[in-house]
Design a binder for this molecule. Structure first.
Ligand code: IMP
Ligand code: MG
Length: 182
């Protein structure tokens, strides 16, 4: 019987960032964030679904007091390419007015998702708004949306694992791999 973990089409995957390398980088980001937000409380926003593992590890490494909320965005397009049309599927439950907000993303690719989220959040008048992404993918960038904390940079290629999916699969992999032929 085929299961979601063994789809019929066999894709080839090449390891890119190991679980250890990710854990190490998360610790470094957390200590940078702690330095920058001393004495303040952070409102961290996870952009679902891709950032669920990243934010789970990040909040446990950060010593600054945090509150956490979630937003779910959907971008129309193919499985591997963003269209730039963003829909809010699930909005925040908390008010961000006068709060120090840190958005936690999985990947900034074209930057269109993040740009529209950033504009939406700025309209709600946070005290500050910064962005943290696990992966900064530069080849397809079409916006100059500012990213304050970057886990790893890469030029191009489609990756899965550690929260990142290909058509909802492979989010559960503990490391990040490049999918060949996408
Ligand atoms: P953007 O609007 O083009 O920046 O798209 C960003 C979103 O597309 C990310 O938050 C991911 O959900 C998804 N995405 C972009 N590249 C990849 C990838 O290589 N693997 C998995 N998801 C990706
Ligand atoms: Mg995403």
């Amino acid at each position: 019987m085929s299961s979601p973990k063994t789809p019929n089409v066999k894709l080839s995957m090449i390891p890119l960032f190991s679980a250890d390398a990710i854990a190490e980088r998360v610790r470094e980001l957390a200590s940078q964030i702690d330095k920058d937000y001393q004495g303040r409380e952070l409102l961290m926003i996870a952009v679902l679904k891709g950032s669920f593992l990243f934010i789970a590890d990040l909040v446990r490494a950060i010593k600054t007091p945090v509150v956490i909320d979630f937003v779910r965005l959907a971008s129309y397009g193919s499985a591997t390419q963003s269209s730039g049309i963003i829909e809010v599927r699930k909005d925040l439950e908390m008010s961000i007015k006068d709060k120090d907000v840190l958005v936690v993303e999985d990947i900034v690719d074209s930057g269109l998702t993040l740009e529209s989220l950033r504009n939406m959040l700025l309209n709600r008048q946070p005290a500050s708004l910064r962005i943290c992404t696990l992966i900064d993918k530069q080849a397809q960038r079409v916006t100059d949306v500012p990213v304050d904390y970057i886990g790893f940079s890469m030029e191009d290629g489609f990756i899965v694992g550690y929260g990142l999916d290909l058509d909802e699969r492979y989010r559960d992999l503990p490391d990040i791999r490049v999918v060949e032929g996408v």
